[in-house]
Ligand binder design. Structure first.
Ligand SMILES: [Zn+2]
Length: 304
């Protein structure tokens, strides 16, 4: 059966797992009114459901390998549907090396959506300085940046951000862009969510990435887990208030971290697949982060 076409906004939140309610799980200790309005409960294991145009599932992020799942192999797997940890023989931290980069460049979601004729965008802004540093080999590209560059997408910059045509990884512009001397007027997380809805309205597939969640889960100084959960909830509230009726947004992650602040390391917990909008019915059977890219490509298929 051919499913109907659905435009998609993919919110990639680094380091967010799905765990039971506990005093160590900020998703259960902090009020999250926007998430609770959607699901009738917080972003925890007990809230798993599929109801009308809302869905919350737990996806396996261990990729069948021992040890804690990590960002480079997890993101490569999430954004290709191919097992990056198996390819490397282990979970790979941080930034992808040549083999994972090649996997992402060949099989990445953004590039494949472009190949089937879809309009694709990355909502995060870049600084020109960052791109120069990449070019010069002073910095290494993340999985998403590899995917964005390989897909040949038009990039967004600070001027787009200032005009609401981009959303930074921290959502509120109080941390982005670090180390450039640029200082931007902060915005509310709710406004960032509305901006994401506005950007997504013009594309078939929009990707946004935040790693604020992973930094908070690593218990980095100055990034409170509770405040990060509140911020994410406000983004979702703003997004829902402005979501075009035909848009399906999905939120998922590469591995657990923030949902267990008893430890500053990654976890073995499943990661959420939170989806809202008319395309959610097709997402009910997903089991692993490897299932996300094929499912998103399925939503983008147009009937023959
Ligand atoms: Zn990660």
């Amino acid at each position: 059966m051919q499913t109907a076409y659905h435009p998609v906004l993919f919110l990639f939140v680094d380091g967010v797992g799905l765990a039971p309610a506990s005093s160590d799980n900020p998703f259960s200790t902090v009020p999250t009114p926007a998430i609770e309005a959607l699901l009738g409960g917080p972003l925890i294991l007990e809230t798993i459901q599929q109801r009308g145009d809302r869905l919350l599932l737990g996806l396996d992020a261990t990729l069948g390998l021992p040890g804690l799942p990590q960002s480079a192999s997890g993101q490569a797997s999430l954004f290709t549907g191919r097992n990056g940890a198996e390819l490397m023989g282990r979970h790979q931290t941080g930034f992808p090396g040549p083999r994972l980069r090649a996997l992402v460049e060949e099989h990445g979601l953004l590039g494949r959506a472009g190949e089937i004729g879809r309009e694709v965008t990355f909502a995060n802004p870049y600084t020109r300085r960052y791109l120069e540093d990449l070019e010069a080999g002073k910095r290494r590209a993340s999985v998403t940046t590899c995917a964005v560059l390989a897909a040949g997408l038009e990039l967004r910059f600070l001027e787009d951000l200032e005009q609401g045509r981009a959303v930074s990884w921290d959502f509120c512009r109080d941390r982005f862009p670090a180390g450039t001397g640029e200082k931007l007027e902060p915005i509310t997380a709710s406004r960032a969510g509305r901006d994401l809805a506005t950007i997504a309205a013009d594309y078939d597939l929009t990707l946004h990435e935040t790693f604020l969640t992973d930094l908070a889960g690593h218990l980095k100084r100055g990034i409170a887990p509770e405040e990060t959960v509140r911020r994410l909830d406000d983004v979702i509230g703003g997004l829902e208030a402005a979501r075009p009726a035909n848009l399906t947004w999905i939120l998922s992650s590469d591995h657990g971290n923030l949902e267990d602040i008893s430890t500053g390391s990654h976890t073995l917990n499943p990661v959420p697949l939170l989806a809202v909008g008319p395309g959610t019915a097709a997402l009910g059977g997903l089991r692993s982060i490897l299932d996300v890219t094929p499912a998103v490509l399925g939503l983008l298929e147009r009937p023959k």
